[in-house]
Each structure stands twice: as C-alpha cells, then as structure tokens.
Design a protein around this ligand. Sequence first.
Ligand code: ADP
Ligand code: MG
Length: 620
Amino acid sequence: MITLLPDHVANQIAAGEVVQRPASAVKELMENAIDAGATDIKLIIKDSGKSLIQVIDNGSGMNEVDARMCFERHATSKISKADDLFALTTKGFRGEALASIAAIAQVELKTKKEDAELGLQITIEGSEFKAQEVCTCANGTSFSVKNLFFNVPARRNFLKSDRAEYKYILDEFIRIALAHSTIAFSLINNDKEQYRLYKETLRQRLVSLYGKKYNPRLVPVEEKTDIVTISGFICKPEFAKKSRGEQYFFVNNRFIKSSYLNHAVLNSMEGLLQVDQHPSYFLFLEIDPAKIDVNIHPTKTEIKFENERNVYAILRSALKRSLGQYNIAPSLDFNLNPDYQVPIVSKTRTIKTPTIEVDPSFNPFEQEKESNSNVSTEFSSASTSSKPFIKNNPNERGKHWEAIFEEIQDDMNTAIPEYHKDITSIENEVEIEGNRYAFQLQQRFILTQLKSGLLIIDQQRAHTRILYEQYFKSLVNSSPLSQQLIFPQEIHLSSGDMELFMEILKDVESLGFDISIQAEQCLMVNGVPFETKASEVDKIIDSLLDSYKNECDAWKSDTHKYLAKKLALKNSIKTGKILNLQEMNQLVDQLFACDTPFISIHNKPTVIILEMNELLKQFK
Ligand code: ADP
Ligand code: MG
C-alpha cells in the first residue's frame, strides 16, 4: 500500500538535509535577509543556537499571504520557471529552508512591509501553525528559531559541544559578513555583543573582523576579463599561517570551497611560502551565472565552473601580477599556458608608487640591550650581521642582496664572509681556551670533532630541542623567564579573538608573557619569554591564537608540552642563519646539557656521528 507522506513528515525528512546544525539555520536565515534587500542584519544566539537563533533584518518584509506561504515546502519568490535557474542572483531559490526549519523547531516570525501600518506575528511549531495575529514591529522581518531539534532528540544528541557549534555559527557569520561588506551586521552571543560591523569597504571589513594588524598585510587583487572578474585581497606571503585559517573564495558573493582554485593561489606564490604554510586570502570571483552549475545544494559549498581551467589561469596570473606590483614576488612570469590564453580586457591598471614601510617594532636600543644582557642562552648578538643570509624570508633577501654582494666583493680572494674568518684562521687544531674547533656547513650544520670521529649537528633542530626543554621546565616549575620590553607593544584583536584570548591568557602568561588588557579589543605586551624578539611578538600572539582555534584539543590535553613546542619552534635559530664560533660552541654545550639531546622535538635526529673507522673505510 503506497501512501503519500504527510507534509510535516516530508518536511522533517527534508530538514535533515537542509538543517544539520544550528549554523545551517543561521546561514539560511541570514541569506534570506540578504535576498530581502536588508542593509542591516542582526544575529542573536543563545546556547550556541540550541535554544535560540534570531535574525532581525530591515529588508522588504512580507505581506500576510507571503508570511504564511513562506513556511510551505517549495514556496519561493525567487524563481518561477526552470530557466530562472540559469540567471540566479539570489542566495536561495529552493524554497525549502523555512519549511525545514519550522518542521524541527519552534519558530516565531514577525514581519512588516514598509507601506503597511501593522505587522504580522506567526508562531509555528513542528510544522503546525499555532498562532497568527497582528503586531507592531519595525519594517522588515525577524525570525526567532527556538529549541532546534526539539522534536528530533536523536539529532539534538548528535550535536557537538557548545564551543564547537558556536564556532560553526561564527564561521557562517564571518563568511556572510565578508561577502557583503556593504551590509551592516551585528552578532550577539549569550547577551554579549561579539561583532558590530558597519557598512564599509572590504578592506575596512577585514580590519573590523581581524584587527588593525591586517591592514598592512593586504595586497589588493583586481582583474577583469570576459570570463571572470576577480577582486579582493591576498595577504603578503610572510604572514602565511601554519593552519588553513583565512582562505575565502566567493563566487558571485557566495562562499565556496575549491581546492582547485586554492592550488592556483599556491602556484602563484611558488617560492614565497615555506612548506606547510597557508596563505590567507579573500578573493571574489564574478561569473555569469549561466556559466556555473546551478544544481548547488543549499548546504554544499562546492561549485562547478564551465571554464574551470581558464578561471584557474586567470586567477593565477592576476595574483602573480598583484604580488609583483607590490614587490613581493622575487621573479615574475606572466606567461600563461597558451592553451589557457584569454583576452584580458582591463588595460587601465594603475601602478601605485611603492610605499615605504616603517617597522613599528624597530628599536634602536635593542642592540645595546642584547649585548648587555648576560642571559647565557643569548644568540641574537649576531643577528644583525647575519640578516642578509636569512633564506626563509624573501623580503629580507630582496632588500639586502646588494649588501651581500658588496661584502663578497670585498673579500674576493676567499669569498668567505667576515664572521667566518676567525674559524678559518685557526690553522692548527689547537683548542682555544676550551673552545671546540667548530665549523658551519651550508648555514645548516655545525661540524665539530669528537675523539671517535666527526659530530654533525643540525642547528635548527638542536636549538629547537634546547629551547623546548628550557620552556618546558619553566612551565612545569611555573617560573617563566621573562624579559621586559623597553617599548611595550599594543596588539589589537577582533572581539571574537579577544574573547578567545581571554581563555588562553593564563597559559600565555605562564610562558613568560607579561600582558595587560588595555581596552576591550586591545592588549599591551610588556614582557616576553626569553629568546623572543620584540619584532616577533604580534606574530607569536597571532599564531598562539591560531593554534588554540585549530588545535584546541592538543592544546588542552597537554598544555605544557604543547606551548613549549610552539614557542620553541617560533624562537629557534633557523637553517640559513650564520653562527660564529662562540655561538656554535654555546649551542653544542647547551644541546648536550639537554635531557634528550639526540632527538628533535619531532622525533628526528638532531646530531649524527661519523665514526673514524667509517671514515677510514671510505678512504680505502
Ligand atoms: P528560498 O530562500 O529558497 O526562496 P526559503 O524557505 O528560505 O526559500 O524562503 C521562502 C520565501 O520566504 C522566500 O522566497 C522569500 O520570499 C520569503 N522570505 C524568507 N525570509 C524572508 C525575509 N527575511 N524577508 C522577506 N522575505 C523572506
Ligand atoms: Mg532561503
């Protein structure tokens, strides 16, 4: 016997697809508000959306018929015939969202059109209309969704922790807020205002969401072709992150995920990123809606382009050009694969005068301070002289190569930079005042002799191991070694980040940071853990926040180990840094004072020993 499912059952089944978690309802309601032409949208959340999700907009509002109709399945004002699917300009079109939400929650709708004197209030619970009456309310629409999944306990139990669910909501909110910088948004979570965003430009919106520190990082991207128009920003490669945090593609102002296009970004930055680094970007693609697959599911973020390969090529070259224009890429090739060639329409690009960047953390007294300090672990004294050779930072490389060239010319005979002279001049293998005879190879390995043969030390792994053990011990003994900064540093955070930061403040302080809260979104760093450079402070705070966001479990399960590792990795001497004899000896001594000298914090060897008899064998 076949029977048709009653509507409320069909709706409940459909709801399973459309509303997986509170964040999905947030997305649907906010998108409806945008489709209704709102310029101001307020999102109110209680208990991670489990007890309340409310979206209030100042959009078109609905008349009485529409207000009742909107909860019907396949009820939409956005398309009326199949052809409309190929010219979509709205977020929604399936007419399923409200029917689904109403099937699994208690929904209260208040709505009023501008020309109506009174508004309408409708209450619906599990697809059942409960009440309808006139009311006084502002122009626009307010949907309150209470007790999501109240009638589907299995789904309710399936939800993750409040923290995790709130993070999903925040992700949706930020995606939508980024896609629509000309709309004002606010977010109130458990009665606390988390964001208040005014109508603004994209750059302003990025600063509002991520803090002032983002402004100098942003490189504008602009490209106009027949196939696609690209705009937005990419962050300078030196601010790339260890985690894939801020990577946003919007196609026709709709957030999408695309590993294919992400590859185009990575490709354009080839040589500028270290392994495992992820650039941040906020890129907007405008494409004729007829050229993308419309069969997009409301909850899915993948998309299909008709011209995928062309879009890839155009994106890649647009990014290269932007990075080149802002003098970030060391070498540029604008060559497109001829297969992908498409006429580029815009010839009107304006080339901006290069701006002078002032390093706010530059401190003329730092040198003095460093040489005065007698912390035995100090390696930074050679940092000025070795700067030109830091390989990891393409900017540095660009700035200083002339200086390097001059130095090398001065010393044509040997082509050995200054700091190596003292090593090479030790002709006979006499130990000077107990110092070992040490030699640095390729700015990466330290070679020194043992009775039994040759000791080869990986400087980066070794120093990371040393710092890790020192930080770990000071954390365990809760006696962090801290250096006061001569110029305390102000750090601005978004209110969301500030809230997260308050959760980790104690941990961060236990590392040796001395921090005071200046204002609602501003911290002052007065002191830092030993071996931390003043110029790195904001990057370190940033990466700690990043780690907490993305690896909260690891952080919480073994905080001391986790933090000691993070900081050691940040502050250690890297491959590419030239060390003088004294520094090398200090490093060797410190390494062998470690509890576990031979193994790096990632379980790789820090040293290898080449035994004499092995060597002799090679010479046979
Ligand atoms: P869709 O967005 O796919 O059309 P929904 O179920 O999300 O389907 O919404 C159904 C209809 O209700 C919309 O087409 C629109 O006409 C109306 N609607 C929904 N939300 C709002 C709102 N905030 N303001 C005005 N009209 C709305
Ligand atoms: Mg909708």
